[in-house]
Design a protein around this ligand. Sequence first.
Ligand code: XIL
Length: 418
Amino acid sequence: MKKHLLYLLCPLFIAAANAQESADTQALRDYAEKSGKKIGVAVPVWRIDVTNDGLPETQAVYNNFNILVAENEMKIDALQPNRGQFEFYHGDNLVNFAERHGMTVRGHTLCWHKQVSGWISSDGGQKNDHNYSREELLEILKDHITTVVTHYKGRVHEWDVVNECLADDQSIVRTNPTAYALRPSVWYTGIGEDFIDSAFVYAHRADPDAKLYLNDYGVEMQGSAKTQAYYNLARRLQKSGIPIDGVGLQCHLTVGELDSAKFDNNVKRYASLGLTCIVTELDMSIPDLGAADAYEKQAAEYRTIANVLIKYDHCPNLVIWGVKDDQTWRRGEPLLFNAAMQAKPAFYALYDVYKEYAENLPAGIESTAADAVGELPPFVDVYDLMGRSVARQMPRERIYDLPAGLYIIDQKKMAITH
Ligand code: XIL
């Protein structure tokens, strides 16, 4: 704690947060990488100039993060403002920046009910008010996804294929525990439910190596109907043979909202579907900025999220939705850096989680977390009709591929057994 105060008070230590670090410190991303994890950030390209590597903002981005997301520049209205006219300028700059700095890129997002070009839907994606037929809309979706994913093939490593397709009211799961309800949108209304399936298939055909995600909000904590509906939809897609790799939990949260056990219970059960589960848009608003311990409480919740993700091989990524507190879509200073680009306690909370984990890995063993999804040991995970966990997960183990063969390492005891 004292160290954090020092960092905040002393400009020299503040500069260290940009990872031109001295003594025992390394950049956030280095410790994440050592832990087998990725830590990402969404960048508002219209405010942060990604063609200038010398700016404090860009330095903080490439020094601390190893995943980059365009906050708006890869949405449909940005990429295809007029039919057949694609604008890749800003997206390309962002991808070039990421490649210069050894970062991977998450593409956000191929199909959404917002920020959709006016020629598709006059109200930005909710109504099919140009009265396209199902076939025409499928053609539009296919064209957009195929062109964009092909353009970025091999350079954008994963895509949020379908964003926020669930309705907010999921009371349907109370009577039908495997159901889910979709929100009205130009895609759902005009095409039907299989717009989701089709979007994944189009993306997969364009780049079979890209990891493909569903993404949504309000699906973080187990016990809520929407969380259950999200699981149901992911399972339905997976069982239908749709090329889905994982689910994104946006995590636009407010301090006080996070329930560590419910978050953990929700996250862990995606492993049994063979899906990764990642945090895609974390920001943590502070409801009362005047409170004495406001930033410490915020830091504690960032820490809780990272502590849950770091335990699970099927949770490789944590992405923060923005760089600094004066450039965010939300109130309540929800990010890791303040307006002066000083690292906040929340930054150091994440830093400590990855550092501690990385430093406690057994010597000479690289974590395989990011690739190990298919190798997870089976575990029992049973839920009642309300989506509550009624059976505990088996003790957690991680599998490592060592030169001499396969070893199983018990994380608690850090012992290696054959
Ligand atoms: C937000 C951006 O941060 C804003 O700049 C923009 O004005 C609106 O969209 N869920 C998502 C993101 O999936 O795309 C949204 O991003 C935030 C909510």
